[in-house]
Ligand binder design. Structure first.
Ligand code: SF4
Length: 363
């Protein structure tokens, strides 16, 4: 019933239901689900169906305001814990109301987040029978030393086996990675990315390592045993990851943690590259690089230049607070530069118009 839609399901509209730390006996050094999910409250199974109905009203409302039509696909997502680490009877209690909503055609599927060492043939058969079609697994790194240091107790072999099982059962697979874990070098991150590409998830989420209040990492940080990445370095690393994954045909579904008010509260994030729109900064910085390449190709100095970009991507090219435009103007001081939308341009295309002159280039 769900197979045909699984590979597309990473594009779904999500109804998030947080079950902080449920099914998890572990203590990863960076984890404090209460701060990250903004709640210590664990929803009861009886809450699930009313929650779905509540979210559906919001989705309908926002979709009506933005455009006509209903999102193509809607999934209920159980996040914040280790779903398959809960006893199967408890998993069933949570899945049943969501499955009911699938049968009533109110939603299209269910997704759960879990760890690679909690994936089994039997467990996957059980999930599939209740309409789970997307599984997000927190891998974080594929370097054994880094995993151990982070308090993650599985091996690379377990990750590979879990991925094989997930592919075999045709789930849509999301893999989570972290940048900036203790002892992670650029080379180690690069090796992890290469291995992840071989494992071929349908999408990845890339999270920066943040020092969250009341975690082991906070203690390490306060003792001077951990130095978080700067925001600039994180953006550079994420740009590289974005390009590698995209080139390999793997969707980057998110860069950065989902921004919730609790994380922006004073004292919640102790240190690290927190930014509520990290993904936007990364994509915008990549857009800047592309404009610089285009200008370099055309020898843009001493001219008036208009860079035409796809209409829908205008804000990305201009950057937050017009940052990209300011940077371009600093770099090419003797060139008058503007960035303008062009309806005829497809996504990902750029065009440069020099005035005077007719030099035009598309990249
Ligand atoms: S496995 Fe997940 S929920 Fe459990 S401690 Fe680690 S990050 Fe937190």
């Amino acid at each position: 019933m769900f197979e045909q839609n699984r590979s597309e399901s990473f594009r779904s509209k999500i109804i998030p239901i947080f079950l902080p730390h449920q099914g998890c006996p572990h203590h990863c050094i960076f984890c404090n689900q209460k701060e990250v999910t903004g709640t210590s409250l664990v929803h009861e199974p009886a809450d699930i169906y009313p929650l779905i109905e509540h979210y559906l009203k919001t989705i309908k409302h926002t979709r009506k305001k933005k455009s006509s039509g209903f999102p193509k696909s809607i999934e209920v997502a159980f996040y914040g814990g280790n779903f398959t680490g809960m006893p199967q009877a408890v998993q069933e209690l949570y899945l049943l109301p969501a499955y009911q909503a699938i049968k009533e055609r109110k939603i299209d599927g269910i997704r759960v987040s879990t760890r690679p060492d909690y994936i089994s043939e039997k467990g996957l058969n059980f999930l599939a029978q209740y309409g789970v079609r997307t599984i997000e697994i927190g891998v974080q790194s594929l370097d054994q030393k880094i995993l151990q240091k982070a308090g993650r107790t599985y091996s690379e072999k377990q990750v590979i086996e879990a991925m094989h099982l997930l592919h075999h059962h045709q789930f849509c697979i999301g893999l989570h990675l972290m940048v900036g874990l203790p002892e992670e070098s650029d080379e180690a991150l690069c090796r992890t990315v290469e291995k992840v590409i071989e494992l071929a998830p349908h999408f990845v989420r890339i999270h920066p390592t943040l020092v969250i209040k009341n975690t082991e990492l906070e203690k390490m940080y306060r003792l001077g045993n951990y130095t978080p990445l700067t925001l600039e370095k994180t953006i550079e690393l994420c740009k590289g990851l974005f390009l590698q994954f995209t080139k390999a045909g793997i969707t980057v579904a998110r860069i950065g943690l989902q921004s919730i008010p609790e994380m922006e509260k004073e004292g919640s994030v102790i240190a690290g590259p927190f930014h509520p729109a990290l993904g936007e900064l990364v994509v915008s910085s990549l857009a800047y690089d592309r404009m610089v390449n285009l200008m370099a190709k055309d020898g843009g100095h001493g001219k008036r230049v208009t860079i035409l970009v796809p209409e829908r991507e205008l804000s990305i090219f201009i950057g937050q607070h017009r940052q990209n435009l300011h940077r371009l103007q600093q770099k090419y001081r003797d060139t008058q530069i503007s960035i303008a939308p062009d309806k005829s341009l497809e996504r990902g295309k750029l065009k440069c118009i020099m005035i005077p002159g007719t030099c035009m280039e598309r990249i």
